[in-house]
Design a protein around this ligand. Structure first.
Ligand SMILES: Cc1ncc(COP(=O)(O)O)c(C=O)c1O
Length: 387
């Protein structure tokens, strides 16, 4: 009786084709083996195929053996280890900022940072498609949340004029590579508006870290905007192949976050093995600075193949390539059909994407060969056309 309401909600989701499942996968990465059959996985975020890289695994193992399985304390008590500090110094250097701070995940980096930058009397201007972790953080902050049209800096400017700065803080939020559309934000124009209107700017580089810019330093660095972007946020859970989040910022902001970011303070420090893995990834990116460029070249080739097969890939300019189907159940059926043909292409449905835009979210990985991309593009085009 007390839990009857749960079945009602679950049934409603089921009837709309919106049931979500956490299915167990036998392996991780862009190419996986299921019962002896090679499967091409276009739904992994291991873009650079680093989750199994011998050096990354080695550095992770070394940290595990040296420090044990857990950091055994929160960062402000006994959880900060020399490798946390080493990683923060490396991230700051890579990103071109005076300092950096590591969090337990990308979600926590956003949840911890945004409520420190803006509070009850302040205004946050967020792109319509920013990630749920940023939106949750905005709600946590208590600030007024104003949305602007996706990647539309003119819409941002009219919102800035509509809600002028009355002496309180203003914060603009965007992603550099959007997680579900794979398109790129007009960072230069947004940064110019932030400067003109005296607003702070925070950019989520979850999908640009490792995949764009020199040594995978991201799009902020590629555009030379380190001084114009107040906070550069990233994660170790996508191209880094591991887990954990971080921000790069000024020394003063780092000091303030250590004083007051609740998602940094009131949780155990990230475990040594994930910190070791991230250091390993940074070594690999330093030794092979072209990984991101190779990935983008393969992604451009895959996009061309899909477009030649009659598919619309929206404005994608990155390793993330959407193929919008629209209807939730149809998207699920196409995804299921492809699964039977050895292609994993997850159907992404509302509320992760706007209503009516259910899609296959395809992500290219360096685990895929050009042959793989050609075979997959043909199967995907056929499956969508026949849906
Ligand atoms: C744009 C964006 N920001 C933040 C996150 C959260 O990162 P993490 O998975 O490390 O918590 C994600 C991934 O889910 C993301 O796509």
């Amino acid at each position: 009786m007390k839990e009857d309401w749960i079945s009602i909600i679950l049934e409603e989701a089921r009837s709309q084709g919106l049931t979500r499942q956490a299915l167990a996968f036998p392996a991780c990465g862009g190419k996986i083996d299921i019962d002896g059959k090679e499967i091409l996985n276009f739904s992994s975020n291991d873009y650079l195929n680093l989750a199994h890289h011998p050096h990354v695994v080695d550095r992770s193992r070394q940290a595990l053996e040296k420090y044990g399985v857990g950091a055994t304390g929160s960062r402000l008590v006994t959880g900060t280890l020399p490798i946390h500090e080493e990683l923060e110094a490396r991230i700051a250097k890579e990103k071109g900022y005076p300092s950096a701070l590591v969090f337990g995940s990308g979600y926590l980096a956003n949840a911890g940072t945004i409520p420190v930058l803006a509070g009850r009397n302040d205004t946050i201007f967020a792109d319509k498609l920013v990630h749920a972790s940023m939106i949750d953080a905005c709600r946590l902050s208590g600030a007024k949340l104003v949305r602007f049209a996706h990647n539309d800096f003119q819409s941002l400017e009219s919102r800035l004029q509509e809600f002028p700065n009355l002496g309180n803080r203003q914060l603009i939020l965007t992603e550099s590579v959007f997680s579900m559309d794979g398109d790129l934000a007009p960072l230069k124009e947004i940064a110019a508006l932030a400067d003109q209107y005296g607003a702070m700017l925070m950019v989520d580089e979850a999908h640009a870290s490792g995949t764009f810019g020199p040594h995978g330093a991201g799009l902020i660095r590629e555009c030379g905007l380190e001084n114009a972007v107040t906070v550069s946020m990233g994660t170790m859970s996508k191209a880094f192949g591991g887990y954990g989040g971080f921000i790069a910022c000024s020394e003063n902001l780092r000091k303030l976050l250590i004083q007051s970011a609740r998602a940094f303070i009131f949780t155990t420090a990230p475990p040594p093995a994930v910190i070791g893995a991230a250091l390993g990834t940074l070594d690999v990116l330093e030794a092979s600075p072209n990984l991101g460029a190779c990935l983008q070249a393969n992604a451009a080739y895959f996009r061309e193949l899909l477009q030649a097969g009659g598919l619309d890939t929206l404005q994608s300019e990155s390793q993330i390539i959407p193929v919008v189907i629209g209807d939730n159940k149809k998207a699920l059926a196409v995804s299921q059909k492809l699964r039977e043909q050895g292609i994993i292409a997850a159907a992404i449905r509302p509320p992760t994407v706007p209503s009516g835009t259910a899609r296959l979210r395809l992500s290219v990985s360096l685990a895929h060969t050009l042959d793989d991309l050609e075979r997959a593009a043909e199967l995907i085009s056929k499956a969508v056309k026949n849906s």
